[in-house]
Ligand binder design. Structure first.
Ligand SMILES: [Zn+2]
Length: 318
């Protein structure tokens, strides 16, 4: 069955080969892989995030941004992913030699070329960063707004959720709302139900992960009423200890409650995963059946930031 990936970080998903070619690293494949992939006994989200140090160096020129997007779209095509929303933080790529305009044009070039080469539709979600100041995040956002609908589809907020809660970003999302930029917010990845509540109040269309929602049945009802989309990433959630191996993963419960739950990769390289692996995990361990997979696919189409043309084409595939 074809699949859709709505939550995939570009810098967490480069192939080993792409990173080696881009950075010319004098290092063996196994050693590089160990630096890029979170260990199975990873202790926290903060430790998981250290795997991004090397990949961010691969996003410092227009050519590298384009080739990075192509590297991911090639992987997606092999994985039978028909549509992918690729996210990264443009403010970590802006430098004296490349402006936001350069970055966004390289993104658009990458997704257009990727469609021609690999027949995968895609859009870019721009991530504001929790540890960046408001002015940096707003400058990134305003520049991105000019490209909305041309390949840029939404805003996200990424980084250490436990250290910087959603309540600190009210002004950022007010600005996004006034600019007409839709947004998803990483929320409820580290156990905070409160962050999901705030995301809902701030007008998010979706939340990244959202697994803490299972702790609050009343908020689940509000989430259902508001059609808030949930971007679950099972392998990543186990790795970052967002869920312990003995806990029941909430996908089954979210589907049973009629929530718009979806399954995504988060970081293909850091989590050593693919959509195929995620869906297999759902089938083998999370009690997800064939009918559920169709629901998950349709949920992904419904909550995606794609235009109607792409959405209609995606619906024809199931
Ligand atoms: Zn994420």
């Amino acid at each position: 069955m074809p699949n859709i990936d709505l939550h995939c970080h570009l810098d967490g998903s480069f192939s080993i080969e792409h990173i080696k070619n881009t950075l010319n690293l004098p290092i063996g494949d196994d050693e590089l892989k160990s630096k890029l992939t979170a260990p199975a006994d990873c202790q926290s989200l903060a430790q998981y995030l250290t795997c991004f140090d090397i990949p961010i160096s691969c996003l410092q020129t227009k050519e590298h941004i384009k080739s990075g997007i192509l590297d991911l779209l090639k992987q997606a095509s092999i994985d039978d992913t028909k549509y992918i929303e690729i996210r990264f933080a443009p403010s970590c790529s802006v430098n004296e030699n490349q402006s936001y305009q350069d970055i966004y044009e390289a993104c658009i070039d990458g997704i257009k070329t990727g469609k021609e080469l690999y027949d995968v539709d895609s859009n870019i979600i721009v991530c504001a960063m929790r540890h960046h100041d408001l002015s940096t995040n707003i400058t990134m956002l305003k520049n991105a707004r000019s490209y909305l609908g041309l390949g840029i589809c939404a805003l996200d907020l990424a980084g250490d959720e436990a250290a910087f809660g959603n309540e600190q970003f009210v002004d950022l999302f007010k600005e996004a709302k006034s600019l007409g930029m839709p947004y998803t917010i990483h929320s409820g990845e580290c156990g905070s139900v409160q962050n999901i509540k705030i995301a809902l109040e701030l007008g998010a269309k979706r939340v990244g992960h959202g697994i803490a929602l299972i702790k609050d049945p009343s908020l689940m009802k509000d989430v259902k009423k508001s059609h808030l989309g949930l971007e679950l990433c099972p392998t990543s959630n186990y790795q970052t200890r967002a869920i312990s191996p003995n806990d029941t993963y909430p996908l089954r419960a979210f589907l049973d409650a009629g929530l718009l739950a979806t399954v995504n990769t988060d970081n293909r390289t850091v989590s050593d995963t693919t959509m195929t692996k995620e869906l297999k995990l759902c089938k083998d361990k999370l009690n997800i059946n064939k009918e559920d997979f169709i629901t998950i696919y349709k949920n992904s189409v419904e909550i995606s930031f794609a235009d109607d043309n792409i959405k209609n084409n995606l619906l024809k595939l199931v």
